[in-house]
Write a protein that binds this ligand. Structure first.
Ligand SMILES: *Cc1c(COP(=O)(O)O)cnc(C)c1O
Length: 362
């Protein structure tokens, strides 16, 4: 007999997720460029829908998310019954892990893959197999090499966070073709709307014609609704139906559902958000490189700077903090010499560049 309730094996081995910092001592309103949020905020239409929803917050949400389901299906040309809605796409990953993993199974993802996939896999007593990313990119070959008999799910994000790399349709196809049909391939497209690269495309078509591919999207990034927690997966019908058996019935809130529908219809806000990133992501990259920093190419709304060592990285982080700018150290991803900086508004980006040019000249 033990003295106190004991979590199941593995739970206490999970490192707690540490989100982007949001405060600096002594700074009233820091610039928070640490969580890849939309620095333009939510669009006016989404805000209005959120405010209007206050009339109905005593009513349980529609558990099928019918209105949002129809809106997403129409917007992307997808079959509504194949959609899974979650409390952020994080919940979609957790639901897939909970539906498909038994103790001793494993998931495969890239060495620098998003941490959310791993946490719930470990909670299901599965293990995580990481494919090396020497070029900061998860390749089909390296991922397939990690697949074992016990692999049930392979996760890739394209574009990927925090590296900013992406996979071409040909790479995704090679990965898919190399997998057993009983292994689920989850392609996380959280940053899809920002991509300008001509050799990227969504995997919705692959998912449509496959029995084992899920594509996820989120309202947290371009739609600026990170605080409301809404994401979705487009899955084979059998997968969507299986997940629906364990999904909590009211996992997306009334204001969340309303705001997401409005956001999807707000083309102007999506365009303004996309334009901001597509203007500034290359500009930040080039300017920072001009100051002598090693900046990885990014297809997302953030840039990743690789410093020459961990000390310089920490010094740069402290320097930015002193200027009231919060960025994201990514030691938790195994990149302790890197800082990830979310692309912000014009003023914020200029402040970052000023601070980093002073840091380089110091
Ligand atoms: C931000 C992000 C998401 C979105 O997560 P939500 O739970 O939908 O807010 C998903 N995947 C990656 C790689 C991300 O960076």
């Amino acid at each position: 007999m033990t003295e106190a309730p004991t979590p199941k094996p593995g739970i206490l081995d999970i490192a707690p997720y540490v989100g982007g910092k949001s405060k600096i001592d002594g700074v009233a309103e820091p610039m928070k460029l640490s969580s890849n949020e939309n620095m333009l905020g939510a669009g006016e239409k989404a805000r209005a829908a959120y405010e209007a929803a206050i009339r109905n917050i005593h009513i349980y949400p529609d558990g099928r998310a019918s209105k949002l389901r129809a809106a997403v299906a129409a917007h992307h040309g997808l079959e509504p019954e194949r959609l899974i809605f979650g409390n952020g796409s994080d919940e979609v990953f957790a639901l897939l892990n909970q539906t498909y993993l038994t103790p001793g199974d494993d998931i495969v993802t890239g060495q620098y893959g998003f941490l959310a996939y791993r946490i719930s896999a470990l909670a299901n007593q599965a293990s995580v197999r990481l494919a090396p990313e020497p070029e900061f990119k998860a390749t089909p070959e390296a991922l397939l090499e990690q697949v074992t008999e016990r692999t049930r799910i392979v996760y890739v994000s394209s574009p990927s966070n925090p590296t900013g790399s992406y996979n071409t349709p040909d790479e995704i196809r090679r990965l898919h073709e190399g997998l057993r049909p009983d292994v689920l391939l989850v392609i996380d497209e959280a940053y899809a709307e920002y991509v300008t690269e001509a050799d990227w495309e969504t995997s919705f078509d692959l998912a449509r014609t496959s029995q084992n591919v899920v594509v996820t999207r989120t309202f947290s990034k371009i739609h600026g609704l990170g605080g409301l927690r809404i994401g979705f997966g487009y899955a084979p019908l059998k997968v969507a139906e299986a997940v629906d058996r364990i999904r909590l019935p009211f996992n997306v809130s009334v204001p969340g559902l309303e705001a997401a529908v409005a956001a999807l219809g707000d083309e102007a806000h999506q365009k303004a958000s996309r334009d901001l990133i597509q203007t500034w992501c290359p500009r930040l990259t080039q300017s920072l490189r001009g100051f002598g920093f090693d900046v990885l190419p990014s297809a997302g709304n953030f840039v990743l700077i690789r410093f020459k060592d961990v000390e310089t990285c920490q010094a740069a982080n402290d320097w930015l903090n002193q200027k009231g700018i919060i960025v994201r150290p990514v030691g938790g991803y195994g990149l302790p010499e890197c800082l990830r900086i979310t692309v912000g508004t014009d003023d914020q980006n200029r402040a970052v560049l000023d601070a980093m040019s002073e840091f380089a000249a110091r």
